[in-house]
Design a protein. Sequence first.
Lengths: 594, 127
Amino acid sequence: MADSSHEGSVDNAVGAATVTQSPSTQALSRVEPAQSESGLFSGESVLNILKLIFAGAPLPDVLTIIARLVEAEGKGMFCTIWLLDEDGRYVRCATAPSLPGFTANWDRTPVGPTGACCGTAVYRREPVYVTDVLSDPLWDGYRHLVLPYGIRAVWAQPLLSSEGKVLGTFSILYRQARGPSTADLQMIENASHIVGIALERHMKEEELRRSEAFLAEGQRLSRTGSFSWRVATDEITWSEELYRIFEFDRDVPVTLELIGSRVHPEDIPLLNDMIDRARGTGSDFEYEHRLQMSNHSVKYLHMVGHGTRDRDGRLVYIGAAQDVTERRLSEETLGKVRSELAHVARVTSLGALTASIAHEVNQPLSGIVTNASTCLRMLAADPPNVDGARETARRTIRDGNRASNVITRLRALFSKKETTIESLDLNEAIREVIALSLSELQRNRVILRTELADDLPLVTGDRVQLQQVVLNLLRNASDAMSAVDDRPRHMVITTEREEADRVRLTVQDAGVGLDPQAMDRLFEAFYTTKNEGMGMGLSVSRSIIERHHGRLWAAPNDGPGATFSFSIPCAPASVTSAGRRPIGKDAKRIMRNP
Amino acid sequence: MVRRSLVSVVDDDESVRESLPDLLRELGFAAHAFSSAEEFLTSDYVAQTNCLILDIAMPGMTGLDLQRELKLRRQEIPIVFITAHRDETVRPRVLEQGAVGCLFKPFSERALVEALNATLRINERCI
């Protein structure tokens, strides 16, 4: 409705009904003014106008044609049509075909009790007939706008939508001071009705256009295209965004073959399988596959389809396909970053552990060096003490093996590997961590008790990552007790089988305990209460446990200290795999029943 | 007959307790090993010990605790600390507390002999 005062495209010469503009309005020239016996429009003119309206001719052109037709009805009569602004504060002249320069001089009138005829009629929601603008106070302040045309009488009829909303006015102007006759009133009502139809139609189109634009914008922003697939005929329609995702021209007819030409070669069997299933069952589908674009880049597409039946009972799929490439790539990056982070945390905490590891290695080395010295001395004695030398050599070998074992355990912890999933004995993994940490725990005067369940089932997971978590919990527990001197520094590590085929590890300390205020932040990255801590330990630990489909939590003890626990599922032999997704598969399909 | 100097070794690590006394005996000392500070303190060897080779980090009473305890008991035994923690700040700290030497494991026979000679010189001065 905002496109008011559109008269430039129509020849403004008074009385001319020739239209000379865009192809879309060429049909207008067929709507010639025709005098009917009753003095109203002929049925044919009205029909032609309605045809124009429903053919989607531009609104200003339609309004101008109607005005011209009305003007052809009576000699000395001028017709203007006014439209209400969207904010409802002004009416603007949309057309005044026989009053040159009129809309340019007078483009708007405020809606109100004294707004000439147009503004007042909209305000009152009823017709306003001014027989003489010279004397009528409604025209105070507006007369100069019509007097140059010699206008004396103005009648304005409000235009109402079918819901009763005021859309503007239809106005008749005369050079004589006069009021409307019954025939005039009839004509005005008929014409207003047709203008109302044109306006409503225009508004609906605008609304549709706007909602389509919203939809297209929404599809573009979310990279989601929609489609329909008529299974019997393989007739497929795509939204614009889907063309954009597939990078096909808008005018190319979509076929399954065309789609197949873009699908990643490795995912073609998946596509065929999906098509076969859809044809056969009519059930909803959801699957993810890759596209290979002409420049060999790869896109990830997530597609859902809903099977419906048309009126004749034939299967039609309506669906949506989303380009999830960015999400997939960021997931991959995230996975990589997470593993880097776990590595950093591992190395950092091991950095702090280096001293105790060096201790572990230096102990047997010390034995080796001392035994070797003793051995040399015994052999150099006169007579050589061969038995003694043999004994020290034996000890040298034993200590050498001991050092080697430490190195092996160390290498397992330091090595940076991608996640390797295996069945493992959690108790054994814990014992290894304890073996590495023991001297540090002893140095911190921690009294460690282990209560590892004998019948613990195997778990599935990454041994090194789980050991990392255990190491973190041990270190945290030990650190929490470093300032405790008034009670023994007891630490209890427990494993037990939980219900629902899960395994639980708990690490209980007698340390400073948990700050109730900070419970929520405990597992946040970079949250730390330690001077040397990076605050990564618990955050990384939790993400590791969650990747193992488990849970990591903390709770205060009844007495001093805190207990940290995690719980993870047993190996699949004893657990159903329902609800667990395979990790790292490029393409997957989830068939669902409707 | 000259009594051989008694060197007592206190270390929780078994391989040290096994190997070091043998080497000390080869070097001409009498040697005795203890697995903890407490064991040494409750033994009959405290008064006879001419030199103490003492591990720093031990569960329970540490080497430094024992050093302090001996001082309190006025048992002025020269001490050579040994440790598997290569922490350079430890050495000045224990020397300040009166230790004769501080060796990082693994240590060479020569370093050991030098440290023992230093303790013996102290013993000679005391006599």
